[in-house]
Design a protein. Structure first.
Length: 181
């Protein structure tokens, strides 16, 4: 599944609801949390699960009891949700060119090793070093192959290019805007 939207449009919020639903069903989730680190994502997921407003949680406007319940919820979710930080070493030996295929191999290894039912990649573009349209299409095709080979549902989050929509009254993304992103 490709989840596309402008920055701040709710991609991560919607995806986190899917993560919670899968975890609540006892399913394992692999979460490529590349916008925030894993612990921050786990804290946010636990707050969502307990219906604690994100703003209240982040500014510390919660009681000691809420904090204790929140910690227990994080402990409940931790064995079901495996986070992996942005794993792509961009500082490797400069003589070796890093390609999308190299990074997709790393993703493939993480998916296989986690034995998850669902894998989230937020934001997928951070895994890509080659960004020409043909390169991106090959990367998406490879991700489809990984999903089939591992029998895992993959969700890729992607920012929509705002420049393609800034002058339009209708803010719904067009096919051309999505393809252009």
């Amino acid at each position: 599944t490709l989840v596309v939207g402008e920055s701040g449009s709710g991609k991560t919020t919607v995806t986190n609801q899917v993560v919670l639903a899968r975890a609540n069903a006892g399913k394992r989730v692999l979460h490529g949390a590349w916008e925030q680190d894993g612990e921050e994502n786990l804290e946010m997921l636990a707050a969502y699960s307990l219906k604690i407003p994100r703003t209240r949680y982040w500014i510390g406007d919660i009681s000691d009891l809420d904090d204790e319940i929140h910690t227990r919820e994080m402990d409940r979710l931790r064995p079901l949700i495996t986070f992996f930080e942005l794993p792509f070493d961009r500082t490797r030996n400069r003589k070796t060119k890093i390609l999308n295929e190299t990074n997709l191999d790393v993703i493939h290894e993480h998916v296989e090793r986690s034995r998850c039912d669902l894998a989230i990649f937020d934001l997928f573009a951070k895994a890509l070093v080659e960004t020409k349209p043909d390169d991106e299409k090959r990367a998406l095709d490879r991700m489809l192959g990984i999903a089939k080979e591992t029998d895992t549902h993959l969700m890729l989050l992607h920012h929509l290019n705002k420049a393609d929509m800034k002058d339009r009254a209708d803010r719904r993304p067009t096919r051309e805007a999505i393809k252009g992103s």
